[in-house]
Design a protein around this ligand. Structure first.
Ligand code: GDP
Ligand code: IMO
Ligand code: MG
Length: 427
């Protein structure tokens, strides 16, 4: 009963979509467990490129069951748009199931996200403004609207009226924005409800049955470890737990059912939005990463900040996720750099050198990376499929990462395409 959690080991955009798509070919079920359409997962299949935000990255395979678990926040309008767009391109979406316990992102959540960011000004988080934080706030405050509420007009109307009661005061009195009419919001949502209703199911039961039947199940993390609300670089994080433990609470299966945790890291580092990033660089190598790696956000189109691979942070991700395998994507992007650097320790503001990820935010904000420099390689490695075909210097780079983290590297990305990969992943 192989169940594998695939998580981002950095600040998101590690190439999880490509990896899940690749592994979905030999899996029966792919389940998303947290986040929402703040995610942007790119899949390049032949001459077709897909950017998925909400629907699991297994959807391109007609026999793979795709699940949106209870831990996800679902914008019903985005969901319908994504379903329509996939179907227009000939993708069969009948294998999608959505948990009735997942919470809905309502139009007022999107508005609150935007207004809150504007008000924070220079202190803003740089959110995707998709309403993620406000939707999780309502979930925790127990005034959220759930997917199952789409099935009952009167319950939906009542819950929206309750949720909007205080929000309208905030919108009007704090943000100076117009009040929203609860019935008008309900009408909007109910208009798309019939399109979503057929997909609603008991996804915890479906997953449990699949695992009992010995099916191969993947849990698709969105965002990344350092964006985790508990374990990330708070407050510059998202409002959910992308780390592996949340695969259980976010889908309704127990921790004893998970067999593997595959962490995905780029061969370097990127970050979108605000917050500390010790190995960020603004030089020729950084520009090389941004240009060759096309480092532009899939969801918001913002430029991604670039830097060297941070092994201190990566080893932390190994710890907090219980990572058993590591996938290293975009190794091809580093070809052509005269030298490559790996951060193996930090000097903290008090001068202490440590290879452990600092628990105190001020140490992380103020630390200076200590690098190991390795020789770069000139060979174009796009499309390489065998480890033995990597140039020796690229191989040395990969080997050093595996040695430092103590985790076997079972996947290496050598290009955007779904087959451009060295893959020995154990499912
Ligand atoms: P995700 O959010 O983790 O799914 O990652 P994104 O899709 O937001 O960003 C990763 C980008 O890198 C996408 O454009 C992918 O097509 C691309 N990508 C993934 N793996 C590789 C790789 O090994 N090499 C190259 N050159 N591009 C890759
Ligand atoms: P995928 O799944 C990269 C970042 C935002 C912001 C912070 C909070 O594609 O890896 P939010 O809208 O979640 O409240 O924003 O988190 N962020 C991501 N960065 N990849 C993502 O998803 C992200 N989802 C959110 O840029 O800094
Ligand atoms: Mg992304």
């Amino acid at each position: 009963m192989p169940a594998t959690v695939v998580i981002g080991a950095q600040w998101g955009d590690e190439g999880k979509g490509k990896v899940i798509d690749r592994l979905a070919e030999r899996s029966d079920v792919v389940a998303r467990y947290q986040g929402g359409n703040n995610a942007g997962h790119t899949i390049v299949a032949g001459d077709q490129t897909y950017a998925l935000h909400l629907i699991p990255s297994g959807i391109l395979y007609p026999t793979t069951l795709c699940i949106i678990g209870n831990g996800v926040v679902v914008d019903p309008f985005v969901l319908v748009r994504e379903l329509d767009q996939l179907e227009e391109r000939g993708v069969d979406t009948s294998n999608l199931r959505i948990s009735g316990a997942a919470h809905l992102i309502m139009p007022y959540h999107v508005e609150m996200d935007t207004q809150s960011e504007i008000r924070l000004g220079k202190l803003s988080i740089g959110t995707t403004r998709r309403g993620i934080g406000p939707a999780y706030m309502d979930k925790a405050a127990r005034i959220g609207i759930r997917v199952q509420d789409l099935l009952d007009d009167s319950i939906l109307r009542r819950k929206i009226a309750i949720a909007l009661d205080t929000k309208n005061d905030i919108l009007e009195k704090i943000y100076g924005e117009p009040r929203l009419d609860a019935d008008a919001v309900a009408d909007q949502v109910l208009a798309v409800a019939p399109r979503i209703a057929p997909y609603i199911a008991d996804t915890s039961l479906i997953l449990d049955t699949a695992i009992r039947d010995g099916k191969t199940v993947l849990f698709e993390g969105a965002q990344g470890t350092l964006l985790d609300i508990d374990h990330g670089t708070y407050p510059f994080v998202t409002s959910s737990n992308p780390t592996a433990g949340a695969a259980c609470t976010g889908t309704g299966i127990g921790p004893t059912r998970i067999d593997h945790v595959l962490g995905i890291s780029k061969a370097y580092t990127t970050r979108v939005g605000e917050g500390p990033f010790p190995t960020e660089i603004d030089d020729a190598a950084g520009r090389h990463m941004a240009e060759v790696g096309h480092e532009v956000g899939t969801t918001t189109g913002r430029a991604r900040r670039c830097g060297w691979l941070d092994l201190v942070a990566l080893r932390y991700a190994v710890r907090v996720n219980g990572m058993t395998q590591l996938g290293l994507t975009k190794l091809d992007v580093l070809s052509g750099l005269p030298e490559v650097q790996l951060c193996t320790a930090y000097t903290k503001p008090d001068g202490e050198v440590s290879a452990d990820f600092p628990w105190h935010q001020s140490d992380f904000h103020g630390c200076t990376p200590i690098y190991e420099t390795l020789e770069g390689w000139d060979e174009d490695i796009v499309g390489v499929k065998n480890l033995d075909d990597l140039p020796p210097r690229a191989r040395a780079y990969v080997d050093r990462i595996a040695q430092f983290t103590g985790v076997p590297i079972t996947l290496i990305g050598t290009g955007q395409g779904r087959h451009e990969v060295i893959d020995s992943v154990e499912l």
